[in-house]
Design a protein around this ligand. Structure first.
Ligand code: TYD
Length: 148
């Protein structure tokens, strides 16, 4: 008789998997330079980049999670905060350096808040834009996490 084995579930990301990544900073009297490469600084293949700018004071961006997509967020200019939530824990990161990036895996609820004037958020994403990848209802997010 064959022993029954429990199905192996892929591990669901938590706020502990979200982290700040120091990017190379090439200092130069002519102006500094920072770069990123897929596979080394960004732990996924970059399939898409988008940026958020001209954010009016007090606006909140995000307010959702992705089923599959991983993101890498940089404050290219100015500053803002990113609130991350895995359904059990909340952490908040202040991004204010263009050589710091925040890695946000899938299934993490995020809100981007407290944008300074003229701030620019660059986001590198692991998949092309797909509306069905969004979870925009927090109760659905909690349900989804509990069934993973
Ligand atoms: P959304 O991801 O909801 O914005 P936020 O950054 O605040 O979470 O996107 C806002 C709108 O832009 C929405 O209608 C989808 C559209 N959009 C695209 O068409 N392509 C993209 O790559 C992104 C990120 C958004």
């Amino acid at each position: 008789m064959q022993a029954e084995t429990a199905p192996v579930r892929p591990r669901v990301s938590s706020t502990h998997d979200c982290r700040l990544i120091d990017l190379p900073k090439i200092q130069d009297p002519r102006g500094n330079l920072t770069f990123v490469e897929s596979g080394s600084h960004v732990p996924f293949e970059i399939e898409r980049a988008y940026w958020i700018y001209d954010v009016p004071g007090g606006s909140v961006r995000g307010g959702h999670a992705y089923r599959k997509c991983h993101e890498f967020i940089v404050a290219l200019s100015g500053s803002f905060e990113v609130m991350l939530d895995d359904g059990s824990h909340r952490v908040r990161y202040a991004l204010n350096r263009s050589y710091h990036a925040l890695l946000v895996p899938n299934l993490i609820w995020r809100e981007l808040i407290n944008f300074s004037t003229n701030s620019v958020a660059l986001v590198l994403a692991s998949s092309p834009f797909e509306r069905s990848d969004y979870v925009r209802d927090y109760a659905d997010f909690l349900k989804l996490r509990n069934t993973q």
